[in-house]
Design a protein around this ligand. Structure first.
Ligand SMILES: NC(=O)c1ccc[n+]([C@@H]2O[C@H](COP(=O)([O-])OP(=O)(O)OC[C@H]3O[C@@H](n4cnc5c(N)ncnc54)[C@H](OP(=O)(O)O)[C@@H]3O)[C@@H](O)[C@H]2O)c1
Length: 251
């Protein structure tokens, strides 16, 4: 990577508090490994997070926490832990996810819950809990790991595609609510990468890292509510310039 770009990233990630969900394998692990090389605090979570303990044993800036993102109480407890310890959350990467290949007539309510709780509801809760502290500090960078599935809608993946499409519109809606703040929320589709989720894919998860770093270090006037695929911004939601007015005050 260009040394000027790398220097900017190093500066921008200096002393940041970063949460990564689903960090125990695949892309989340790759992101964790990459961001742990900067002078920021990285808090990683997933159910089987213990399995990567040895990988970070020499990194004093990395904390691992066991969290099942299907359980709202565990998410809240985790966020409270981070806020108590660091008082801030600067960057949130909503990466935890599962994929199920099943035709629509075989989908049952348990499976719908399983996929949506993991891929979408958890991201809603993480965003919900991070936004107040990000607003207070007038700083936040949020990246939802979505999928090409949210737009290509492959057969057998209706549940996965619908849950990932929800991440795209979550980012878009939240970005419309946050226009008065220096908080950017975007989605990143990693492309077909080889991980335990899709072991037959060919590409390395490392290919997503430059875009991920870019989205974590966006300038104040950088994009928000957008969908990225590798290094490209892809327009998946048309710009409809309605005057929404202010979001409701639900205090
Ligand atoms: N691989 C691809 O080609 C591809 C393409 C498009 C999008 N994606 C997206 O990229 C993200 C990462 O996937 P991956 O390919 O790296 O797959 P992966 O290796 O299977 O990783 C999934 C991660 O999610 C975590 N997770 C799953 N259920 C969880 C739960 N209930 N609570 C907490 N953590 C949970 C897993 O950790 P534990 O099991 O330890 O809980 C694991 O760390 C996913 O959102 C996926 O949809 C992947």
């Amino acid at each position: 990577m260009d040394s000027l770009v790398e220097n900017k990233i190093k500066n921008d990630l200096n002393n940041k508090i970063i949460i990564i969900t689903g960090a125990s394998s695949g892309l989340g692990f790759q992101i964790a490994k990459s961001l742990s090389n900067y002078n920021s605090k990285i808090i990683l979570c997933s159910r089987n997070i213990g399995k990567i303990k040895s990988k970070f044993s020499l990194k004093s800036n990395v904390i691992l926490k066991k969290v099942d993102v299907q359980k709202p109480k565990e998410i809240k407890k985790f966020i409270n832990f981070v806020l108590k310890k660091y008082k801030r959350i600067d960057i949130l990467i909503n990466n935890a996810g599962i994929a199920k290949n099943v035709v629509i007539e075989k989908v049952d309510y348990k499976l719908i819950n399983n996929v949506f709780k993991t891929n979408l509801f958890s991201a809603f809760l993480f965003v919900k809990y991070c936004i107040p502290v990000m607003k207070k500090n007038n700083f936040g960078r949020i990246v939802n790991i979505s999928s090409g599935g949210s737009i290509n809608c492959a057969p057998g993946y209706s549940l996965y595609s619908a849950s990932k499409a929800g991440l795209n519109t979550l980012a878009k809606s939240a970005s419309n609510e946050l226009t008065n703040f220096n908080i950017k929320i975007n989605t990143l589709s990693p492309g077909p990468i080889k991980t335990p989720m899709f072991p037959k894919n060919k590409l390395s998860a490392k290919l997503c890292i430059p875009t991920l770093k870019y989205l974590c270090t966006l300038k104040k006037n950088g994009p928000t509510g957008k969908f990225f695929w590798f290094m490209r911004q892809v327009k998946i939601i048309p710009s409809i310039n309605l005057n929404w007015g202010n979001p409701p005050n639900n205090d």
